[in-house]
Design a protein around this ligand. Structure first.
Ligand code: SDX
Length: 428
C-alpha cells in the first residue's frame, strides 16, 4: 500500500500521509486538508468513517468480533482477571503485580470517604429520580468538594485524582441505589475487597449482617470487566472532548455519565429489560416485536441489537449470555425473561432484515438479566454500566491530557440563510 492518499478536488490533487496502527488499521491524516485546499473539509455525521485520535488503550475488530484491553483479550481478562486488575491495566498500561495492585487498592480505600454534605444533595432528589441523573449530578458535585483541578504534568496529582474517583464513584453508585430504594446511606468496609465492598454498600440492609454471595460477586466482577472500556464510543468520546477543554476529571466523567444514559448507548440495558417485559406482558409474542423492529414507520428498535462497530457477535454478549445462564442456574432462578431473550435472539439471527444489516446481540442484550438476578432495580442498570466504564473513561482522559491533544472543536458545513438585512419589528 502506498504511504499516501491522493485527493482530487476540482482540477487540483492533494497528497495526505497515511497513518498505520499496530493492528494494521489505516487512516488518512487530513490535518493539513483545510489549509491545503483553502477551506475544503470532510463531512461525516456520527463519525462513522472518522477517527478522533490515536490510542493505545483498547483494540477492537468489529468484523471479527475481537476486543482487547492493552493487548489482553477480553475472554482471558474476563476468565482470569479481577475488575481492579483490569482497571489498573487500562489506566497504567500493564497488568499490575501483587504489590502494585495492593498499593492501588489501598490508595483507593484511603480516598473513598465522600463529604457528608453530599448527602444533603441526595436528600434534595425526589425518590423517583432516575439514578443516572443522581449519579451525574453527584459526580459533578464532587468538583465542589475537590476543587483543585488536576495538574496532569504532575504524576502524583494525576494518580491522586484517579484513586479518588475510583474510591468515591462506587459510594455514589451505592447511595443512588439506596436513595431510590429508601434505604439509609451507608459505607462499606476497608477490610473488604473492591467488589465485595461495592456489594456491601449496595445491598446491605440496616437490620442484618450482609454476607457476600461469591456467585454474585464473581458475576459482578466479570460484568464490570466486560464494560470497562470500548475505545471511542459515544460516552468515552464525550469524556475526551470535555477533558480537551481542560475541564477536570470529575466534570469530564460526569459528562460521560450523561452521554451513556441515552437508550441508543448505555441506556439500552434498561430498555432491553423493559422491552422483554413488554413482550412477556404481551403473551411472549416475539414475532410482533420483530415486525415492529423492521417497520420503518415504527420507531421501535430491537434494543440490545446492532452496533456501530461490531458487524459480528459482540464478544462481550457471548460471555454475558453464558454468565447469565450460569448465574440463574447457580441461584436456582427460573426467569422467563431469559427464555424470551433467547427466543428473540434466535429469531433475529435467522431473519434476513437482521442478517443483511449484520445486527447481532450487543453487550446490553443479556446484561440486564444478570443485574435483575442480583436484585438490582432496572433503573440502576445503566448506573452499573457507568461503574464498569469508569476505568476506561479515566484511561482515555489521562491519555488525551498527557498527550496534550488540542481542544476538540469540529467544523461544519453551513446550510442556512445567506446574508440579509435586519427588518425592524414594526415592518415585519
Ligand atoms: C452500546 O459504540 C460503542 O462501543 C457502544 C457500546 C460501548 O461499550 O460503549 O458498545 C455500548 O452503546 C451498545 C449499543 C446499545 N444500543 C442498543 O442496543 C440500541 C439498539 N441499537 C441501535 O439503535 C443501533 O444498532 C446502534 C445505535 C447501536 C448503532 O446504530 P448505527 O451504527 O448508527 O446504525 P444505524 O442506526 O445506521 O442502523 C443501520 C441499519 C438501519 O436500517 P436501514 O436504514 O439500513 O434500513 O440497521 C437498522 C437501522 O434501522 N438497525 C436496527 C437496529 N439497529 C440498527 N433496526 C432494528 N433494531 C435495531 N436495534
Amino acid at each position: 500500500m502506498s504511504e499516501k492518499a491522493i485527493l482530487q478536488v476540482g482540477n487540483n490533487s492533494y497528497e495526505f500521509p497515511l497513518v498505520k496502527g499496530t493492528e494494521n488499521e489505516v487512516a488518512i491524516n487530513i490535518k493539513t486538508l483545510r489549509g491545503a485546499t483553502k477551506g475544503v473539509i470532510t463531512l461525516d455525521p456520527g463519525f462513522k468513517n472518522t477517527g478522533s485520535c490515536e490510542s493505545a488503550i483498547t483494540f477492537l475488530d468489529g468484523e471479527k468480533g475481537i476486543l482487547r484491553y492493552r493487548g489482553y483479550s477480553i475472554e482471558q481478562l474476563a476468565d482470569n482477571g479481577s475488575f481492579l486488575e483490569v482497571a489498573y491495566a487500562l489506566i497504567f498500561g500493564d497488568l499490575p503485580n501483587e504489590a502494585q495492585l495492593e498499593k492501588f487498592h489501598s490508595d483507593i480505600k484511603s480516598k473513598s470517604v465522600v463529604d457528608e454534605d453530599v448527602k444533603k444533595i441526595i436528600d434534595a432528589f425526589p425518590k423517583n429520580a432516575h439514578p443516572m441523573g443522581i449519579l451525574s449530578s453527584l459526580t459533578s458535585a464532587l468538583v465542589a468538594f475537590n476543587p483543585s483541578s488536576v495538574n496532569v504534568d504532575s504524576e502524583e496529582e494525576m494518580y491522586n485524582a484517579i484513586v479518588k474517583i475510583m474510591g468515591k464513584l462506587p459510594v455514589l453508585v451505592a447511595w443512588a441505589m439506596r436513595k431510590i430504594k429508601g434505604l439509609p446511606l451507608n459505607y462499606g468496609s476497608n477490610s473488604l475487597g473492591y467488589i465485595d465492598n461495592i456489594m456491601k454498600m449496595m445491598f446491605e440492609k440496616p437490620n442484618e449482617e450482609y454476607v457476600i454471595n461469591p456467585i454474585i460477586k464473581n458475576a459482578l466482577d466479570k460484568l464490570l470487566i466486560l464494560h470497562a472500556d470500548h475505545e471511542q464510543n459515544c460516552s468515552t468520546s464525550t469524556v475526551r472532548i470535555v477533558g480537551s477543554s481542560h475541564a477536570g476529571l470529575f466534570a469530564s466523567v460526569s459528562a460521560g455519565i450523561s452521554a451513556l444514559w441515552g437508550p441508543l448507548h448505555g441506556g439500552a440495558n434498561q430498555a432491553v429489560l423493559e422491552m422483554l417485559e413488554a413482550i412477556r406482558a404481551d403473551g411472549g409474542d416475539t414475532k410482533k416485536y420483530m415486525a415492529k423492529a423492521k417497520d420503518k414507520n415504527d420507531t421501535f428498535r430491537l434494543m440490545g441489537f446492532g452496533h456501530r462497530v461490531y458487524k459480528n457477535f459482540d464478544p462481550r454478549a457471548k460471555i454475558i449470555k453464558i454468565a447469565a445462564d450460569e448465574l440463574l442456574n447457580d441461584l436456582g432462578i427460573d426467569d422467563p425473561i431469559l427464555d424470551i431473550a433467547r427466543g428473540l435472539e434466535q429469531e433475529a439471527l435467522n431473519d434476513p432484515y437482521f442478517v443483511e444489516r449484520k445486527l447481532y446481540p450487543n453487550v446490553d442484550f443479556y446484561s440486564g438479566i444478570i443485574y435483575r438476578a442480583m436484585g438490582i432495580p432496572v433503573e440502576m442498570f445503566t448506573v452499573m454500566f457507568a461503574l464498569g466504564r469508569l476505568p476506561g473513561w479515566i484511561a482515555q482522559w489521562k491519555e488525551m491530557r498527557s498527550r496534550k491533544e488540542p481542544i476538540g472543536r469540529p467544523r461544519q458545513i453551513y446550510t442556512g440563510e445567506n446574508y440579509r438585512e435586519f427588518i425592524k419589528l414594526e415592518k415585519r
